[in-house]
Design a protein around this ligand. Structure first.
Ligand code: GLU
Length: 503
C-alpha cells in the first residue's frame, strides 16, 4: 500500500512571512491536494532568540487569506501534535542521546570564544574553519576526551552542545525531485550542532525528528535549505529511518539585477513583498490585491504548466501542478505582471463586494455626495461600468469620480478641440431633446439622440465628443449613454447647462 501523502510547511516565526514563504506553502498545498494528502503547518520556534511576537498568527492569517488553509497544525490536531516545536521541546533530547549511543554524535565543550578565535584565525589565512574529522580530535569534545573527563564536565554543569559526527571519506548520494541526483564528499561537511546547551534542539534535529514522527512523505522547501540536505539524509540514515522525498524550490529573484527578492526591492520599486501588512510594510491584501491574483502569480514563479495558460484558479492549479514541472533556476519576480493578474481578477469579482470596498473608500474621502448617488445599489452600477479598466479598487475614484460629482473644470485640450463656435447652440438643442425624453435608459437615449442627429443633419463628431466633455469633464469613460442613464436626467441637464454657461 502506498503511503498517504503528507507534506508540511515549517516556517520559523521570526517575522512576517515573505511571499517566497507563501509560495513554498502554496506548492506544498497544491501537491497535497493533488494527491489527496494532508497539508500540515508546523511552527519551528526552537530558536528562542529569534522569536517574534505575532509572527505565528501572521502566518496563519496569511495562509487563510490565500485560501490555502492547513489540514493539521496549531489549533487543528490531526493526531500528530503538538505542532509547535517549543511545545515538543522535551522529546528531542532522547533522539540526540540515541545518536550519541550509536556513535553518530558527540558532546562538544568548546566555548564560543574559542570557536570564534578559530574562525577568525582561519579567515586571516584565507581559509574557512570547518569542525570535522580533520580537527575534531584537537578540540574539546567527547571524542578527544576520555569518558571520565567527559562525564566530569557534564556533571560539573559545563555548557555543551551535541554535534553530528560526519563520516570521513564517504560519498553521499542525495536525490531531489527537482534537481535530480547530487553527490557530496563528506569531507567538505561540518559536524553540525544538533542540540544546544539551553536544552533546545537546533533546527536540523528538530526538523527531521518531527518530519519522521509526523509521517511526512515529501519535504518541499526553498532552495536555501539545499545545503542542509546532506546532513538531513545522514540523520535519517543514522536513525535507520526512511527519509521523505525532497524537493527544493528555486529562489524568487529580484525584478532587476542579481540576487534574491528582498524587502528592499519592494521598498525601492513600490510593491509589496508580504502577503499582509506588517508594521509599516504594506501587504498585498492591503495594497488592494485579490488573493486569487496572488496565488495565481505565485504559482507561476518557478512552476510552469507546460502550456501557454497563465490564468489558473486554485482548483485548476491543484489539478495541473506537479513537482516535475518546477524549474531548477531562479524565477524572476515581475511586479507589472502581478498587476496584470489583479486586473484580470478584478473582472471576476462580485460587483456588490467591490461596491462595498469602494464605498468605504468614498466614506474616507469625506465627500459630500448627493443622496441618490450615495447608496450601495448606485455604487454597484458604477463599479460594473468602470471595473474593466481598473486594477485596484483604489483606481475607482480616478476612473469614475464624475459618476458622483459634476465636473467643475474641463480638460483644456479637449475644450480646444471639441468646443466649436456652434457647439453651445447644438448643446442647447440637445438640452430640449433630453428634457422631453422620459425614458432615460441607455438604449433609448442612444436611439433618440442618434435619430435627432440625423434628422437635423448634424454629424456625430459635432455632438458626441462635446457631450462627453460636458458630462465627464474630459474625453474618458465607458459608453456615454450608459453614463448618462446612470447619473440620471436631472444631473445630465444640469451638467449641460453648466457647461454652456462656462465654455
Ligand atoms: N524552519 C525552516 C524555515 O524557516 C524550515 C525549513 C524546512 O522546510 O525544512 O524555513
Amino acid at each position: 500500500m502506498t503511503k498517504k501523502v503528507r507534506v508540511r510547511f515549517a516556517p520559523s516565526p521570526t517575522g512576517p512571512l515573505h511571499i517566497g514563504g507563501v509560495r513554498t506553502a502554496l506548492f506544498n498545498y497544491l501537491f497535497a491536494k493533488k494527491h489527496k494528502g494532508d497539508f500540515i503547518l508546523r511552527i519551528e520556534d526552537t530558536d528562542q532568540n529569534r522569536y517574534v511576537e505575532g509572527a505565528e498568527q501572521y502566518i496563519i492569517d496569511a495562509l487563510n487569506w490565500c485560501n490555502i488553509p492547513y489540514d493539521e497544525g496549531p489549533g487543528k490536531d490531526g493526531g500528530y501534535g503538538p505542532y509547535r516545536q517549543s511545545d515538543r521541546k522535551d522529546l528531542y533530547k532522547k533522539y540526540a542521546d540515541i545518536l550519541i549511543e550509536k556513535g553518530h554524535a558527540y558532546y562538544a565543550f568548546d566555548t564560543s570564544e574559542k570557536l570564534d578565535f578559530h574562525r577568525k584565525d582561519h579567515e586571516e589565512k584565507g581559509k574557512t574553519f570547518i569542525y570535522n574529522y580533520h580537527n575534531r580530535l584537537k578540540l574539546s569534545n567527547s571524542l578527544a576526551l576520555s569518558p571520565e573527563e567527559t562525564n566530569a564536565k557534564i556533571q560539573a554543569g559545563e555548557d555543551y552542545v551535541i554535534r553530528f559526527k560526519t563520516p570521513q571519506d564517504a560519498e553521499l548520494h542525495l536525490t531531489d525531485i527537482i534537481r535530480g541526483d547530487i553527490k557530496i564528499d563528506t569531507n567538505t561537511l561540518d559536524d553540525k550542532v544538533l542540540f544546544k546547551s539551553d536544552g533546545m534542539p537546533t533546527y536540523h534535529l528538530a526538523n527531521i525528528v518531527d518530519d519522521h514522527l509526523m509521517d511526512i512523505t515529501h519535504v518541499i522547501r526553498g532552495e536555501e535549505w539545499l545545503p542542509s540536505l546532506a546532513l538531513h539524509q545522514q540523520l535519517y540514515d543514522a536513525f535507520g529511518w526512511e527519509a521523505p522525498q525532497f524537493a527544493h524550490l528555486p529562489l524568487i529573484m529580484k525584478p532587476v539585477g542579481k540576487g534574491k527578492l528582498s524587502k528592499r526591492d519592494g521598498e525601492k520599486m513600490g510593491f509589496p513583498v508580504f502577503p499582509l501588512t506588517w508594521n509599516d510594510s504594506v501587504g498585498y491584501r492591503e495594497a488592494g490585491y485579490f488573493s486569487e491574483a496572488v496565488t495565481n502569480f505565485l504559482a507561476l514563479l518557478g512552476w510552469n504548466p507546460g502550456t501557454e495558460q497563465e490564468i489558473f484558479s486554485l482548483e485548476e492549479l491543484v489539478s495541473a501542478f506537479s513537482l516535475e514541472r518546477v524549474n531548477k533556476s531562479g524565477a524572476r519576480f515581475d511586479p507589472d505582471k502581478t498587476k496584470w493578474y489583479n486586473q484580470h481578477y478584478m473582472q471576476t469579482q462580485d460587483d456588490a463586494d467591490l461596491a462595498n470596498a469602494f464605498m468605504l473608500n468614498l466614506r474616507n474621502k469625506e465627500l459630500n455626495l448627493p443622496e441618490d448617488k450615495n447608496n450601495a445599489d448606485y455604487v454597484k452600477q458604477v463599479v460594473s461600468l468602470i471595473k474593466e479598466r481598473a486594477t485596484f479598487v483604489n483606481d475607482f475614484w480616478e476612473l469614475g469620480n464624475y459618476f458622483f460629482l459634476a465636473p467643475t473644470q474641463y480638460d483644456e485640450k479637449a475644450v480646444k478641440k471639441q468646443w466649436k463656435e456652434d457647439t453651445a447652440a447644438i448643446m442647447t438643442q440637445l438640452l430640449s431633446l433630453l428634457e422631453g425624453t422620459y425614458n432615460f435608459e441607455s438604449e433609448n437615449l442612444e436611439t433618440q439622440v442618434k435619430q435627432w442627429i440625423s434628422e437635423n443633419d448634424l454629424s456625430f463628431g459635432k455632438v458626441m465628443p462635446p457631450l462627453r466633455l460636458v458630462i465627464v469633464g474630459e474625453m474618458k469613460g465607458p459608453h456615454i449613454f450608459d453614463i448618462m442613464a446612470l447619473i440620471g436626467k436631472t444631473d445630465c441637464i444640469n451638467r449641460i447647462k453648466t457647461a454652456i454657461a462656462a465654455l
